[in-house]
Structure formats: structure tokens, C-alpha cells
Design a protein around this ligand. Structure first.
Ligand SMILES: [Fe+2]
Length: 243
């Protein structure tokens, strides 16, 4: 069983991630060398900037998966979207305009880095009330959580799931992000890992170094859980649910 990367900008030409098919395939090859076997494609949905509509996500996954198969890259790609929270989001999800994570009730949600905690909590409350499970994207990126780590526990206890970036665990995004995510990992608050890969440079699909750290510092059970078990059992189980 390989790792499950639940957050990636691997689909070509959809956002600020992979620019073309060739780059996407190189990123997939890299991810495969890192030990990743399953990847959820989560192009941005940001109003006025990127609009990853469900039909284009599905179409591009089909094309990329086919090309990957031809090149012998053993990674399975699933649909998703990284959605910047906004007012009419719940209605768009209900109308089926946006991809949740592999058609499950889990949706990858991001906020602006300086967003206030009360706004994030209200948004989570709203989504949970409509039957969705928000997965908070790269929790280490928001000032309100960095200021008070107990708030991560609070949002998780509401029913949200917590994703951190593999590169933050290894210090790729600075010392404070690293210390913060390592503390969350120690307290077993993190649910999923993602690379949030955008390219072949700084935002690459590296996972192996993070996994090595986890197997050294955590119980085998917890490392397995956040590297693949949680995602497999919660997001990728029932393939008939795929949109
Ligand atoms: Fe992202």
C-alpha cells in the first residue's frame, strides 16, 4: 500500500499547478518515486480567479489517468477541488457543481491566511449543518490557528478533518510551520497529509522524507493512519460514489 496524497494541483491547465500534460506526468512520476500510489486532484476553486467545475475536473482526470497508464506510472487519480470558502458554496455543492473528495461528504476547504477564527468556525458549522464534512486544507497556513493551537482541536471536535502539508512537516515552509505541524502530529490531531504539489520545484510532490519522520517519531498505527489508512477508509472506499 502506497501513500495517499489528498491535496494536489496535478491537473494540467486548470489553475496555478501543472501547466501542461508533460509537467503533470513528470509530477506523477516524482510522486510515484516518493511512494505515493493514490492522489486526489484538487484544483483551486476561487471566485473570480479559478473555477474548477466538476465536469472539467472529471474530464481532465480521465485524460491524465490515461496518459499515466500509457507511461506505466502506477498512480490512481481521484476527483476533488480545493475550495476557497465563500457564501454560496453550500448551494453549489448541493447542485453538484463542485467536486467533493471523490464524491464523498468530505470537501477540501481553504480560507484566506489572515481569516478570523470565528469566520472559519461559522463556515464549518454551516457546512456540517448541510451534511458536509469540511477537511481544513493546510491548517498551518492560518494565522488564527498558529496563534492558538487549541483552536485546531476545537474545529476538529466540531466534526472537521485536519490536513497538513507534507513539506511543512519537513521544514520546507519555514520553522514556525514545522514546529506547529509537528506539535499537532504529536497530539494526533492531524487526519490527512497532502503535498499540495503545484510544480517540480519548491512545491513538488515529496512525501518520503515526511513519512520517514512520521515512522521515526510516531506510533506505526498513527503514521499509517495519516499517510494512507484514514484517506482509504474515509475518502476512497466506495468507488460507486464517484461522481
Ligand atoms: Fe492547494
Amino acid at each position: 500500500m502506497g501513500f495517499v496524497d489528498i491535496h494536489s494541483h496535478i491537473l494540467p491547465g486548470m489553475d496555478d499547478g501543472a501547466q501542461d500534460l508533460e509537467q503533470a506526468l513528470q509530477m506523477l512520476e516524482w510522486a510515484s518515486r516518493e511512494g505515493t500510489s493514490h492522489m486526489i486532484a484538487t484544483p483551486h476553486y476561487k471566485q473570480g480567479k479559478y473555477r474548477a467545475a466538476k465536469h472539467s475536473v472529471l474530464e481532465r482526470i480521465r485524460l491524465l489517468q490515461e496518459a499515466a497508464r500509457e507511461q506505466g506510472i502506477p498512480i490512481r487519480i481521484y476527483p476533488g477541488t480545493e475550495i476557497l470558502y465563500h457564501g454560496e458554496l453550500e448551494e453549489k455543492l448541493d447542485r453538484g457543481e463542485l467536486c467533493t473528495l471523490n464524491g464523498s461528504e468530505y470537501a477540501l476547504i481553504e480560507f484566506l491566511p489572515l481569516e478570523e477564527f470565528y469566520y472559519i468556525r461559522n463556515a464549518a458549522d454551516q457546512l456540517l449543518g448541510m451534511g458536509y464534512r469540511p477537511v481544513l486544507a493546510h491548517v498551518e497556513r492560518y494565522r488564527c490557528f498558529l496563534k492558538d493551537a487549541d483552536r485546531v482541536r476545537e474545529i476538529k471536535d466540531m466534526g472537521c478533518r485536519i490536513q497538513v502539508n507534507a513539506g511543512s512537516v519537513t521544514g520546507q515552509f519555514g520553522g514556525s510551520a514545522k514546529r506547529f505541524v509537528r506539535k499537532l502530529i504529536q497530539e494526533q490531531i492531524v487526519d490527512y497529509l497532502g503535498t499540495d504539489t503545484h510544480d517540480l520545484k519548491k512545491r513538488n510532490p515529496a512525501m518520503k522524507a515526511c513519512a520517514e519522520y512520521l515512522y521515526q517519531k510516531c506510533s506505526r498505527w498513527y503514521a499509517d493512519a495519516i499517510l494512507f489508512e484514514n484517506a482509504m477508509s474515509e475518502l476512497l472506499t466506495d468507488l460507486s460514489r464517484r461522481p
